[in-house]
Ligand binder design. Structure first.
Ligand code: KG4
Ligand code: ZN
Length: 344
């Protein structure tokens, strides 16, 4: 089976062709980061327009790289089109959904709606060795921070989630406060490399309470106060910024690792899957490696380029949905909010 995957939920246009025997045959990604950088976050209207501009050329590029040059060839070679139907920015989702449905209609093949977070969650299964359900998944992106008990592909129980900001969102907002730019994750990690360990002590939110929920908005306030204290004491220096970045990253990573350990112990699972943009964070990977070694468990990630949004994970999740007998009608339905636990 061959599935064309289309991702347009936020600020990346992603396209990939997945083959059930050979894996990902070709994939292409266009990031709108530069477009949104001057605003310090994603501007929904600009995101939709840019998806319109880039999506068809990317589909053409992927089909060509996979050895198909003409529509006729694509029709013969693609069995279904998977697109991200939510959660995400509605205008951006509509672009991907409309293109996917139209192409599917023209080619006479099904279009399959994919949940963006299921895409992230299943991305590590594209790697070898791949984890096998049951496992615990930590989904950490710009919009979500969730611990999920994966009983089987398609059977997801939310064990805990952020009550306010997602971890990636906290990175983005903190970077903005420190004048480091967007997206926040990579720039905070870079600044933290120059940071003085332990100069500032940031709290570990909600670790002293039972349960698996998270809260990251307090760290934002902590950053703001620390920044302003530095500014009052003779001006905010580059070293102050690096030291705050170090303390912030350390606090987020520590909190995530602690809750992952708690989730493994609570479920008895021995496999942890980590996916979503923040899973690219190297300090997080280091801490989780230490933690799973102590717990005699294993941790799995997508390859780095499939940690952030991409078409490959959508193609693969679409394939899994096809195997499970997904709904394939031609209604264009997208959802800005869509709890993972509501997936049938
Ligand atoms: O999964 P993703 O590409 O998009 C969403 O579905 O939200 O995640 C984007 C998020 C951003 O908030 C970004 O700051 C964060 O992932 N991110 C990172 C790193 N790379 C990206 N956070 C921490 N460390 C990184 N290296
Ligand atoms: Zn994402």
């Amino acid at each position: 089976m061959r599935i064309l995957g289309i991702e347009t939920s936020c600020d990346e246009t992603g396209v990939a062709l997945f083959d059930s025997e050979q894996g990902i045959l070709a994939d292409a990604l266009y990031s709108q980061i530069e477009l949104h950088a001057e605003y310090g976050g994603v501007v929904p209207e600009l995101a939709s327009r840019d998806h319109v501009r880039k999506l068809l050329p990317l589909i053409e590029e992927v089909m060509q790289r996979a050895g198909c040059t003409k529509n006729r060839c694509a029709k013969a070679e693609v069995d279904a089109i998977a697109y991200t139907a939510g959660p995400g920015l509605v205008g951006a989702l509509m672009v991907g959904a409309s293109v996917a449905k139209s192409l599917a209609f023209a080619w006479g093949i099904p279009a399959v709606a994919v949940h963006h977070m299921e895409g992230h969650l299943l991305a590590p299964l594209l790697e070898t060795p791949a984890p096998e359900a049951p496992f615990v998944a930590l989904l950490v992106s710009g919009g979500h921070t969730q611990l999920v008990n994966v009983e089987a592909i398609g059977r997801y129980e939310i064990l805990g989630e952020s009550l306010d900001d997602a971890a990636g969102e906290a990175f983005d907002k903190t970077a903005k406060m420190l004048g480091l730019g967007y997206p926040g994750g990579p720039v905070i990690a870079k600044a933290a490399e120059r940071g003085t360990p332990n100069r500032f002590q940031f709290p570990r939110p909600m670790v002293d309470r039972p349960g698996l929920d998270f809260s990251f908005s307090g760290l934002k306030t902590f950053t703001l106060n620390t920044r302003d204290d530095c500014a009052e004491q003779g001006g905010l220096t580059d070293q102050d910024v690096a030291d705050i970045a170090w303390a912030f990253q350390d606090a987020v990573v520590d909190t995530l690792a602690l809750k992952c350990r708690r989730a493994l112990r609570q479920t008895g699972a021995k496999q942890l899957v980590v996916a979503g943009g923040v899973s690219a964070n190297l300090l997080l990977r280091e801490r989780l490696a230490e933690m799973v070694a102590r717990e005699k468990a294993e941790v799995f990630y997508p390859q780095l380029r499939y940690c952030t949004d991409n078409g490959a994970m959508i193609a693969f999740a679409g394939y899994q949905r096809m195997l499970a007998g997904a709904d394939k009608d031609l209604k264009v339905q997208v959802r800005a909010r869509w709890p993972l636990s509501e997936l049938a």
